[in-house]
Design a protein around this ligand. Structure first.
Ligand code: PEP
Length: 272
């Protein structure tokens, strides 16, 4: 056996032990996609599928489909949430969705501050922080999205940008409330572009974010906040990305639309 064979065996053992032991969050963001019939067949495919006990599957569909999720996933382990929320209970807010309605339909999670909301709908950090607050106050787990654009990545300013987005996004959250927050690092240049951040880039950035969280919020809270990666994740790259340190799971757009792909990703992350 030569050195390369031994290295390969050691590497396979490491991969196996990470995939066997680590619990991953697999969150799907459907954005403005899917017909009613497509949603029904997706739900029929996943509702009784055995995803195992290790990973957590969460899907965020367009709002009108929440009633189908509630109906079809009642006895399923698959969880679901919304892609956005307005930070008020009810009232004259045309076109918006309240946490109260989302909760009534069984939503347990809300994607907050996705880069598409920030860039296409001018959402600022203040609004994002109010949305995070209303979620935490009402037992909906916010998935706070942060991420830099290509200019910020190239200029090296991305670390400052990411720490500002976290600090501002969590400004209305204190102490133990941080236990009810998930952060998703999604470099804008890798969303929907087919261009994934390399495992080394993901590891470097996640380690930076983890260090920031520990310094800012203390070791006990900062070390445990789940940190997802998002940006063109698919079955062919998810294993490599899962090995990057401090990756607790993935926020997935395009590849979350098909039940078979979600099942495949879960299988890979379960080392099946
Ligand atoms: C997203 O929208 O959050 C996302 C990561 O999309 P995609 O996986 O398609 O890049």
């Amino acid at each position: 056996m030569d050195k390369r064979d031994i290295e390969e065996i050691v590497r396979n053992e490491i991969v196996k032990s990470v995939l066997d032991s680590q619990e991953f969050i697999i969150a799907g963001n459907w954005k403005m996609n899917k017909s009613k019939q497509e949603v029904i067949s997706f739900l029929d495919d996943v509702a009784n599928h055995d995803f195992g006990d290790k990973n957590k599957i969460i899907i965020a569909p367009p709002n009108p489909y929440l009633y189908l999720f509630e109906e079809k996933l009642r006895y399923s382990k698959v969880l679901y949430g919304v892609q956005n929320l307005f930070p008020k209970e009810s009232g004259a807010f045309t076109g918006e969705l309240s946490y109260a309605v989302a909760k009534e339909f069984g939503a347990k999670y809300a994607i907050i501050g996705h880069s598409e909301r920030r860039t296409l709908f001018d959402e600022c950090d203040i609004l994002v922080s109010k949305k995070v607050r209303i979620c935490v106050q009402n037992q909906i787990i916010p998935i706070l999205c942060i991420g830099e654009n290509l200019d910020q990545r190239r200029s090296g300013d991305y670390r400052q940008h990411l720490s500002n987005q976290i600090r501002e996004g969590l400004i209305r959250i204190s102490g133990n409330e941080l236990q009810d927050v998930i952060i998703a690092y999604e470099p804008i240049w890798a969303i929907g572009t087919g261009e994934t951040a390399s495992p080394a880039q993901v590891e470097e950035t996640h380690m930076f974010i983890r260090e920031f969280l520990v310094n800012e919020y203390g070791n006990d809270l900062g070390k445990d906040i789940p940190l997802l990666y998002g940006g063109s994740v698919k079955p062919s790259n998810v294993k490599e990305l899962a090995l990057a340190q401090s990756v607790s799971g993935f926020l997935i757009g395009g590849a979350s639309l098909e039940a078979s792909t979600i099942i495949e990703i879960n299988d890979i992350l379960s080392n099946k």
